[in-house]
Ligand binder design. Structure first.
Ligand SMILES: Cc1cc2nc3c(=O)[nH]c(=O)nc-3n(C[C@H](O)[C@H](O)[C@H](O)COP(=O)(O)OP(=O)(O)OC[C@H]3O[C@@H](n4cnc5c(N)ncnc54)[C@H](O)[C@@H]3O)c2cc1C
Length: 550
């Protein structure tokens, strides 16, 4: 076996938790490998609301979770200042709501105590008139409203920055590589790494490890089962609707027909609405959004924002929470805490550990806890540095105006590159002599695509949806997939067949996300997009004797 494939710790699962642990270990000088069967962050993490919040509703049942999430949100803001954005919230109160303004105010006063941990402002009570002046789209039926202050992050990019930093500190990062078996020692049953399959090349290889950490989120029970070990979860499916552009620059609370709290919130260029939380018994690798789920979310949103149905839904997102097991409670009431399991003690599989549960907002603390445990076993004494060491690009504020001038690109494009890459943006743009926009919706530049292909290990066109938000805007890939594939083909040496297959796979993925939200004229418009993807481009091959379109 290749000696470089022998490590101290193998981390399974390139979601936020796995990437967070890999980074923590690498910064302490531990030889680590991170393995992810798809693109980094493509599991639950990408499907999250991307809030690094305390979780107001956990205050009642899980105040520790609120405290840790707020604390870690403060740390994430310090290490990745370029990747976060403030999300002001409005919580409308209706005359018929079971919890009236006085009780809401008490809850928010409690939450205010945690706000300084994450640079949040205290709440303010607004009269009906003040609230409607601030957001005219609000229902006129409200009694009053409260403000609330939260922060959002590009969750998928946060994962890739953790993995990138891990790699820059010596970790191996294998994407599109699936763990197919755990390696066991004959007598002791000790887990000593895993057998992996590269899903793009088909190659099978082994990574030997002193310790193996299962951070496979909702898939964690499957990984544990490979060593005859048990991880008990109560997985909860959640969906979001993604609207074209912003419904509002303010997030707005909404109540579902069953009384559940949801919200519409600005997220990067778009708005999102959600989320649901339903016990999930299906196939984790084939998540589908149902029409019922879409209707349930829209019904809730409509009560707070009566005009919500006039906004175009771009696509849907579905994910499954790796919620810890609990019986006899509603999904929303289950603990959002995490556990670290030692399968040596529990299941006779020494060398195997599981880190599961928790919140995106507290990922760094969870990773630190897991890395502390693993380092103690390895005899590594280096302290954790992830709360203060900046993630790639987080060390200095990017000069957006300077980028726009120097690279002769528009302000929106400069802003987005700076958002994703921080202080590294000039190096990203330098990949091409004259960067040009490939996807106008976000916008994404060819230089950025070339950079992530050559420097960040992007391996498929689909990876770019998560890595740089390619094709997740209004065009849903129709305007950009072909041009983007050409950039990647040049950088990665793809054949014409491979390039065409990448575009087809990208289109199929976008359609899977779009279709559940469509109906009537929206469905017709998107069928045209599909025809474009399939290569039926009537305007690119003008009939003889007719002028071509400009
Ligand atoms: C709808 C929704 C909204 C949410 N909103 C928020 C929020 O706003 N704020 C917040 O703090 N938290 C939120 N959460 C919770 C948060 O998203 C999760 O706690 C977190 O993303 C879990 O990360 P993870 O790394 O454990 O799992 P994942 O992100 O699922 O990562 C596990 C990875 O393991 C990989 N994997 C599985 N099997 C294998 C294998 N055999 N070989 C290799 N790799 C494998 C998967 O592909 C996956 O990428 C939300 C969750 C959902 C579902």
């Amino acid at each position: 076996m290749n000696a470089s494939r022998s490590v101290q710790v193998l981390v399974i699962g390139g979601g936020i938790n796995g990437a967070g642990v890999a980074r923590d270990l690498a910064l302490r000088g531990v030889r680590a490998a991170l393995v992810e069967k798809n693109e980094l962050g493509s599991g639950t993490t990408w499907a999250s609301s991307g809030m690094i919040h305390g979780g107001l509703r956990y205050l009642r049942t899980d105040p520790e979770v609120t405290y840790h999430s707020c604390l870690d949100s403060g740390a994430i803001q310090r290490i990745a200042p370029h990747l976060i954005f403030r999300i002001p919230f409005l919580m409308p109160v209706f005359p018929e709501d079971p919890i009236g303004p006085e009780l809401v105010a008490i809850g928010l006063e409690m939450y205010d105590r945690y706000q300084p941990l994450k640079r949040g402002k205290p709440h303010v009570r607004l009269t009906r008139e003040q609230a409607l002046r601030l957001e005219p789209a609000l229902s006129p039926d409200i009694d009053c409203a409260f403000t609330l202050d939260e922060w959002g992050v590009d969750a998928a990019r946060l994962v890739s920055l953790n993995a990138l930093d891990a790699a820059e500190h010596g970790a191996q990062v294998h994407t599109h590589t699936e763990v197919v078996a755990l390696l066991r020692e004959g007598g002791s049953g000790r887990v000593r790494g895993a057998r992996l399959r590269d899903l793009l090349s088909g190659d099978v290889f082994e990574v030997e490890a002193e310790l193996t950490l299962n951070a496979a989120g909702p898939w964690a029970p499957r990984i544990a089962a490979m060593a005859g070990a048990e991880v008990r979860l109560r997985p909860g499916k959640g969906i979001h609707l993604v609207f074209e552009r912003r419904v509002s620059d303010i997030a707005i609370y909404a109540r579902g027909i069953d009384g559940r709290d949801m919200f519409t919130f600005p997220h990067e260029q778009n708005s999102m609405a959600g989320t649901t939380d339903d016990d999930f018994y299906g196939d984790l690798d084939r998540l589908a959004v149902s029409e019922d789920e879409v209707r349930y979310v829209l019904q809730a949103m409509e009560r707070s924002i009566p005009s919500i149905r006039s906004h175009r839904i771009l696509h849907t997102i579905a994910g499954v929470r790796p919620t810890l097991w609990g019986f006899g409670r509603y999904e929303d009431e289950l603990s959002r805490d995490y556990v670290i399991l030692d399968h040596g003690r529990r299941d006779g599989a020494p060398g195997l550990f599981t880190l599961v549960g928790g919140k995106l907002a507290a990922y760094r603390l969870m990773a630190e806890d897991a890395a502390d445990r693993l380092c103690a076993l390895l005899g590594v004494r280096e302290p954790c540095r992830t709360a203060s060491a900046p993630l790639p690009g987080g060390d200095d504020e990017p000069d957006v105006a300077g980028l726009a001038r120097r690279f002769r690109i528009g302000w929106p494009a400069a802003l987005r590159v700076a958002f994703r890459h921080g202080s590294r943006a000039p190096g990203v743009l330098a990949a091409r002599p004259r960067p040009r926009v490939v996807c106008a919706c976000e916008p994404v530049l060819d230089a950025e695509l070339e950079h992530v292909a050559r420097r960040e290990g992007v391996a498929t066109l689909g990876d770019c949806s998560l890595r740089v938000r390619l094709g997740v805007g209004a065009c849903q890939g129709a305007a950009c997939a072909g041009a983007a594939a050409e950039v990647l083909a040049e950088a990665l040496g793809w054949s014409a067949e491979r390039t065409a297959a990448e575009v087809a796979a990208f289109a199929a993925e976008r359609w899977r996300a779009v279709a559940p939200a469509l109906g009537g004229s929206q469905l017709a418009a998107m069928e045209i997009h599909r025809a474009v993807h399939r290569g039926a481009r009537p305007w690119s091959a003008p009939a003889p004797g007719t002028a071509s379109r400009p």
